[in-house]
Design a protein around this ligand. Structure first.
Ligand code: NAD
Ligand code: UGA
Length: 331
């Protein structure tokens, strides 16, 4: 059993990672600053779901300001998930927030980690480092050609991890998550928006022709791969974590219509700047080193997410509390 730090512990993936670590008997320190990228009430609700647990400590604070050296005292594994997410929102004036959370906060945490006795430093990177990938499925050694400023910050993040590994021997492992979905999914992400719109009889907006594909990854599979990386990831390595269900948005619409039993009203608008056309993960390394084995088909995972939305709608019926989105996207 280990003492672990989860940054971004109030977020979609981080809160479920913290829960799983507690279930496995680890002692968990969670940190989150409740950034306003989306409604912080949703993040507070995620923390509330974790509840009281003797091995769980939560600290509200920004990694850019906190005394990280003292916080890392006794920590054996860092799971660094805190970030400003969102591909399409990363242009323009919002970029400062990406630099603060995805670059400065990471650099401070890496610097503080040099003095700590860490077994692993696991960094949440992204499929967006590939941009329009040179081949599909894409293996980790492909060229990194991001098409969004967000993706560029994740490339920089991976490079910082590599530098601290090479220069200071920090046992970093970077994980490239591919479009994660499931319960608690961020309200700016496609499935959350589509399912909510379907259940509330509102218009669904599809960017572009809907033929773009994603290698969607169920959240508990991403969490399993992340925990496995802490024990079995090769220091200095990078791994793709993709669910293996590459699917187009048009196919997703059909599955959501079937699962909700609703007729969907779909409006198609321009393709969004910063959106990669297709993603598909070659997970050979993750399978071999981490025992990564996605457990859900897209249909099964979407059914779980639809159930979660239905439950949330029943318990908190007002739209604003359901998932008010503070991100602006150009339609
Ligand atoms: P999320 O926004 O739900 O969680 C991130 C959390 O980090 C938020 O709760 C936020 O308040 C916190 N945070 C941000 N900056 C912080 C700071 N400076 N100090 C403290 N806390 C801070 O996002 P998510 O979807 O759960 O993503 C988790 C990680 O996985 C991120 O690094 C993201 O870039 C990466 N990722 C996510 C996906 C996906 O499909 N969700 C795919 C690829 C990579
Ligand atoms: C997701 C996450 O949001 C990023 O944080 C993450 O880094 C990235 O995955 C990744 O894998 O690296 P994205 O693939 O854009 O980014 O995920 P969604 O927001 O779920 O969008 C999927 C597709 O649906 C995109 O083509 C998007 O343009 C489209 N979309 C989204 C719509 O057509 N309509 C919407 O309302 C929302």
């Amino acid at each position: 059993m280990a003492n672990v730090l989860v940054t971004g512990a109030a977020g979609f993936i981080g809160s479920q990672l913290a829960e799983r670590c507690l279930e496995q008997g680890h002692t968990v320190l969670g940190i989150d600053s409740f950034t306003p990228y989306y409604d912080p009430m949703l993040k507070r609700a995620n923390v509330a779901q974790i509840g009281a647990h003797p091995s769980w400590t939560f600290l509200e604070g920004d990694l850019v300001d906190l005394d990280l050296v003292s916080l890392l005292d006794g920590i054996e594994v860092v799971f660094h998930l805190a970030a400003q997410p969102g591909v399409r929102a990363s242009w323009g004036q919002t970029f400062d927030a990406y630099v603060d959370s995805n670059v400065t906060a990471l650099q401070r945490l890496l610097e503080a980690s040099v003095a700590a006795s860490l077994e692993r430093f696991v960094f949440a990177s992204s499929s967006s480092v590939y941009g329009d990938a040179e081949c599909l499925p894409t293996s980790e050694d492909a060229h990194l050609r991001p098409v969004s400023p967000y993706g560029a910050t994740k490339v920089l993040g991976e490079n910082l991890c590599r530098l601290y590994h090479l220069s200071y021997g920090l046992p970093t492992v970077a994980l490239r998550y591919f479009t994660v979905y499931g319960p608690r999914q961020r309200p700016d992400m496609a499935f959350n928006r589509l399912i909510r719109a379907a259940l509330e009889h509102e218009e669904i907006v599809i960017y572009g022709d809907g033929a773009q594909t994603r290698d969607f990854t169920f959240v508990s599979d991403a969490v399993d791969g992340t925990i496995a990386a802490a024990w079995n990831g090769v220091p200095g390595a990078v791994y793709n974590l993709g669910g293996g269900s590459r699917t187009s948005m048009n196919e997703v619409l059909d599955i959501i219509a079937e699962l909700t039993g609703e007729e969907l009203t779909v409006r198609r608008t321009a393709r969004q700047t910063g959106d990669a056309r297709d993603t598909a993960a070659d997970t050979s390394d993750a399978r071999a080193h981490l025992g990564f084995a996605p457990s859900r088909s897209l249909h099964e995972g979407l059914a779980e997410q639809v159930r979660w939305h239905r439950k949330a709608l029943r318990s908190v019926p007002t739209r604003s509390r359901q998932g008010r989105q503070l991100v602006r996207e150009t339609a």
